[in-house]
Design a protein around this ligand. Sequence first.
Ligand code: ADP
Ligand code: MG
Length: 228
Amino acid sequence: MLEALDLHKHYHQGEIDVVAVNHFTYAFPPGLTAIVGPSGSGKTTLLNLLAGFDVPSRGEVRLDGQPLSRLSEDARAELRLRYMGFVFQQWNLIPTLTALENVAFPLMLAGVTPKERVNRARHLLETVGLGQRAAHLPSKLSGGEQQRVAIARALALNPPILFADEPTGNLDSASGARVVDLLLHQAQEGRTVILVTHDLELARKAARILHLRDGKLLRVEEASLERA
Ligand SMILES: Nc1ncnc2c1ncn2[C@@H]1O[C@H](COP(=O)(O)OP(=O)(O)O)[C@@H](O)[C@H]1O
Ligand SMILES: [Mg+2]
C-alpha cells in the first residue's frame, strides 16, 4: 500500500516561494486512481514525491509502511525497479532500440538472461496488442503504439504500482482511450495504477478521481457502482 502523509513540497523561484504540493494525505488502494487538476496544480510534483524521485519538504510517503525518506537514494532506486513502473507523456522510449529491446531493457537491468528477456518482452508486447511490431523502431510506430510499448516496458518487472503522467497528452482520443483501457486492465489485475490526466472524460474510467487544486486535494470522487 502506497500512502502519502501530509505531503508538502515548496520550491524557491528566486524571491518567490511556490507551494507545489500542500498538505496532501491519501492512501492509494489497489485499482485505478486518476489525479486531475489544471496545469500547475502539482500533479507531476506529487507523482515525483510518491515515486521517491523527489523528497518532500514535509510529510512522508510510505510504501507498505516503510517511509521512503529513510532510504538512501540507491535503495529508493532499487525499490522503484522492483515495485514501480512508469509511463510518461513523451520521451518514453529509447529511439535507437526496437520495441522489443525497449521492453527488454528493464529486464536486462534486473539481470534476466537474454533468452528469457526476449520471451518475456514478446509476451508483454502481445499483451498490449503489438506482437507484430516487435522489430520496429519507435519512430516507425504511431504515438499510441509507442505509449503501448511504454506500458509493456513499465510492466516488464511485474511491478505492483504503475504511474502514468499524462500518458495520453499527445494522443488522439481513440488512441488515448485505448491506453487508458490498458491501464484499467492492469488495475483490474490488482495493481495500484495512478493516472495523472487533465482529461476528465478519461479520468471517469477510474475507480476514484482525486481533484487537485494549487497542490491541495480538493475532493475525492468515488466511481458510481455501475462504473466501478
Ligand atoms: N523544479 C521546480 N522548480 C520550481 N518550481 C517548480 C518546479 N517543478 C514544479 N514547479 C512549480 O510547482 C507547481 C506545480 O507544478 P507541476 O507539479 O509540474 O504541476 P502539473 O503537473 O499539475 O502541471 C507549478 O507552479 C510549477 O511552476
Ligand atoms: Mg505535469
